[in-house]
Design a protein around this ligand. Sequence first.
Ligand code: RUQ
Ligand code: CUA
Length: 618
Amino acid sequence: MKIEGKGTILATVAGIVVLGLLAGRCAPSAPKGAKKGAAVSDVAQAAMKVYVAPGDLDEYYLFASGGHSGQMYVYGLPSGRHISTIPVFTPYPATGYGFDDDSKKMLGELTWGDAHHPALSETNGDYDGRWLFINDMNGRIARIDLRDFKTKQIIGPVPNVSGNHGSSFVTPGTEYSVMASRFSIPIPKGTAVEVAKYATDYKGVVTGIKVDPKTGEMSIGWQILMPPFDYDLGDAGKLVSNGWVFFTSYNTEKAIGKLEITSAQKDRDYIAAVDWKMAEQLAAKGEGQMIGGIKVIDPAKNPGLVYFMPCGKSPHGVDVSPDGKYVIGSGKLQGVTTAFNWEKVQTAIRNKDFTGDEDGIPVLKYESIKDAEVPVGLGPLHTQFGPDGYAYTSLFVDSAIAKWKLGTWEVVDKVPMSYSIGHLSAAEGDTVSPDGKWLVGLNKLSHGRHLTVGPSQPESSQLVDITEEKMKLVLDFFTEPEPHYAQIIKADKIKAIEVYPKEENHHPLAVWDVKDAGVTRNGNKVTVKIVEVRSTITPTDFEIKEGDEVTLAITNIEQTTDELHGLGLLDYNINIVVDPGETKTVTFKAKKKGVFPYYCTNFCSALHQEMQGYMVVR
Ligand code: RUQ
Ligand code: CUA
């Protein structure tokens, strides 16, 4: 928000308040939070904080996972406005994603994904604004390039990984984006063993997906065999704990059936601490057994690679403090969250302070590694951090956020969430230097907090101001299903382009002059080079034969911001959108004879409606 806008904002807010008072009790739009009379100034203050005047820009991006919609949603903060949808694991006709040759190939056979945990790339533990990773339960991770907000690579399904939930957390230098199986299965995939043999024949794995530091290209780095637990969430160590990555696990009972009952027998499950630098060295040496086409390292044969830290039962999030000194984890049904002290963990490892092992992996002694059990409240799920030593923990059962202090372990404040908070996200709140300022509660339920929209209701996200001692709820906004986790980055860290520079377009089928557009034939293979520019699609018609294999190569030769063109081809299920300076191809078989109109789908000019042509199939 620009400073000079403030005066206008004040006036506007004052206006709103006065209008609200004049309208009295008939005002249908009076915020529910505004308890008549007294609370109005609170509402005005909150409005001031979140109001982004027309033409002004938000200060932060919020990247929220879209759950089983398979997409990533981009919101501005503090306004809460939905700015963009980045299609990732699911076709998205609005941008033609999943229709052109490249994105179709990237999606492969899967047209859905369950995307949970976005991870912004980091340099020295701080967001660098280069890439955004997101996991899919189908054993995949996608990389979005923040230069153009496009999905550039999807790796996987990665062998032996089943239900990739503990993902896509990155290490502080983005050396790896990690994966962990939520559902253990017999490996390699394709092996069928009865569920009754779960405890002996099923296996979990944790995997490090290597990220090329220059290009972001992902490849398989290492994979580690794990006991058949359900691995849930993760976080990488930083600073003093750099080199380690942590994963929570539940069902360490190795039970089957109604896990709700069968997996809740033991008081504690584990956080797995994995030495990823050691895994990297072992992988470089070729250590491991070939399973499913890749080397899998057995921690029982490689002491020091993995340790189990006992944690309250059925933990969800595991979160490392900004200084790397504390690992925070809690049982989902507990009333406390545990702060493990990394120094104590290292001492316990050195002293072999173990209480036993799980499939050869040592279990550390809980009492030796914990610093405190912080009485945050019921159902602690996930913790984020501020710049001032405060931690914020979401409480699912209590439907609230608790604020507490690292080191003194004092709970200083609580703010209720409407309703049933899952994760939370603080501005740069999982980096080595959190920003503070804003905290977003990613709530599961929203009933009654929006205009009714039928049974399928949006998720409710709530913005909390954390600049002061007391947290203040300042905004409800509604998010696409389902924001399991989100990340907030300072807007000025992202340097996105708005057109693809012509000189960077090296597509072999790109054409920049309408003279070069047209049909070339090689046997039954036909290539149609198409130029799009306001307000013509060149060629305006072309002829092919039934049975031809046709490639349309469409170049948008605009170099002007926001001048997108599309190509909708009726009856052939073809829907391409090309950004300024971009070339895309779509290949199909001409199965139907007749005349098929094509047209520009993106409103681009006064004569947008004239931007059309005909494909004649003889
Ligand atoms: S998860 S809240 Cu992947 Cu926590 Cu859903
Ligand atoms: Cu081009 Cu509409």
